[in-house]
Design a protein around this ligand. Sequence first.
Ligand code: FAD
Ligand code: NAD
Length: 469
Amino acid sequence: MADPTYDLVVIGAGPGGYVAAIRAAQLGMTVGVVDSRERLGGTCLNIGCIPSKALLQSSHLYAETRHGLAAHGITAQGVTFDLAAMMARKDKVVDANTKGVAFLFKKHKIAHIRGTARIAAAGSVEVTDTAGAKQTVAATRILIATGSTPAGLPGIDFDEQRIVSSTGALTLASVPKRLVVIGAGYIGLELGSVWARLGAEVTVVEFQGRILPGVDTEVATLAQRLFVRQGLSFRLSTKVTSAKAGKTDVTLSLEPAAGGAAETVTADVVLVAVGRKPNTADLGLEALGVERDAKGFIVVNNAFATNVQGIYAIGDCVAGPMLAHKASEDGVACVETIAGRVGHVDYNTVPGVVYTWPEIAAVGRTEQSLKDEGIEYSVGKFPFTATPRARANGYTEGFVKILADKRTDRVLGVHIIGAEAGTLIHEAVLAMEFGGSAEDIARTCHAHPTLAEAMKEAALDAAGRVIHL
Ligand code: FAD
Ligand code: NAD
């Protein structure tokens, strides 16, 4: 048998694949990474986390300048924006980040193999480049990190002009007058916020009777109220049964989720944001006998190994939250285990953040899931209205909620809605990683005046001894 070219070939250069590749190189493996995109970084850096956050930041600054400065005694007149410049800035941010990954690949001597991969056999990856030329790359182990793509709706086809996925919604050439967003999840609310701030009339149609299914109910209820105040409107318990793009607009048919009379709505652009599906269809997995579940996710054990020896899978193409940091954690744990170390991911401490204004962040259990399992818990809650720094900043909307085991006081879940929630949540993540209690957080000195004091006060509240309320 010929010597393998690489110890590890990774398919997919997203936050799962590229981080796994770097860690594998650090552990002494020779690594090649195949990706069909021109630039490294996968969905996250090219058409996901990073461009969306760049647009969220630009549109937030615009909205703040228009509506948030007056309270500070600052007058700003004639505030306008240049969408092309905003998009160009976003592209520059993406470019810098992807180049950063290319630099890291060079530093760690990781080969970037451009092309579309198919696994011909365990240990053999066939790569087809953009010109159609094929090469076979040999490897001792293969790691599938092919990520995911937008899930569509039956009969509603993406043209990325009028009926768009997140990819099209990140590159619109002008602000649509009327934007209908299908799905009140992460993408619907983040990108709906971007375009609402820039002047679009945004209607979010959601199948469930609430926004952000899976997020703490109290948090989601407040979030919806705040989004409505920002100009978004919601059609809950509603399904879109068809969307037909015309020359100048899109005609949608809406029905109550439970069935009933249909109504017609027109929009200039429709964003379909109803979830994502794993990229596992064209990899040759069926012929190899690699097991997938009913939704197409690759089935792996706790070492990220598939049922076929030498083939592993991580990130969005396996079950679990479809988040960049989860993909990276999977990748590191996978290659550390391959290298004979102990790799492990605690999925209970993977935080989730919605980068709207205000931000929404959570880690661990929700009240609903604890109730469903009959686990007794105590609740500590503290509003930002009572947090001096939040008042000084003018960011008083929202609260911190801590759920702790009634018997042991161990922190089981933390939910935050408010400015910087996505940063604040990490105190809770760390406490939970260390098996900490609400009392541990309560007894930890927090600098004054900071938004983090709300975390300490919520922890004090869990013990019935909140100070500032
Ligand atoms: P991906 O990033 O999808 O990378 C997979 C790569 O594999 C891609 O480059 C793909 O082209 C390549 N590939 C696929 N098949 C093949 C093949 N056969 N041959 C060669 N290459 C192949 N997550 C967060 O945590 N925070 C956020 O703020 C966030 N924002 C998001 C915003 C948007 C608009 C979207 C769409 C997603 C967002 N996500 C966010 C989710 C995040 O992007 C994904 O969870 C993450 O990218 C998954 O990483 P991955 O490495 O598993 O796959
Ligand atoms: P999502 O799962 O977050 O939300 C989809 C929403 O669409 C849900 O509320 C669901 O009930 C609704 N829905 C499903 N079918 C529907 C239908 N037929 N009609 C109306 N509503 C329907 O999915 P997403 O927003 O597309 O995002 C995909 C994934 O990408 C997310 O789950 C997340 O993992 C990741 N993401 C993360 C971030 C972040 O971390 N900030 C940002 C964007 C995307």
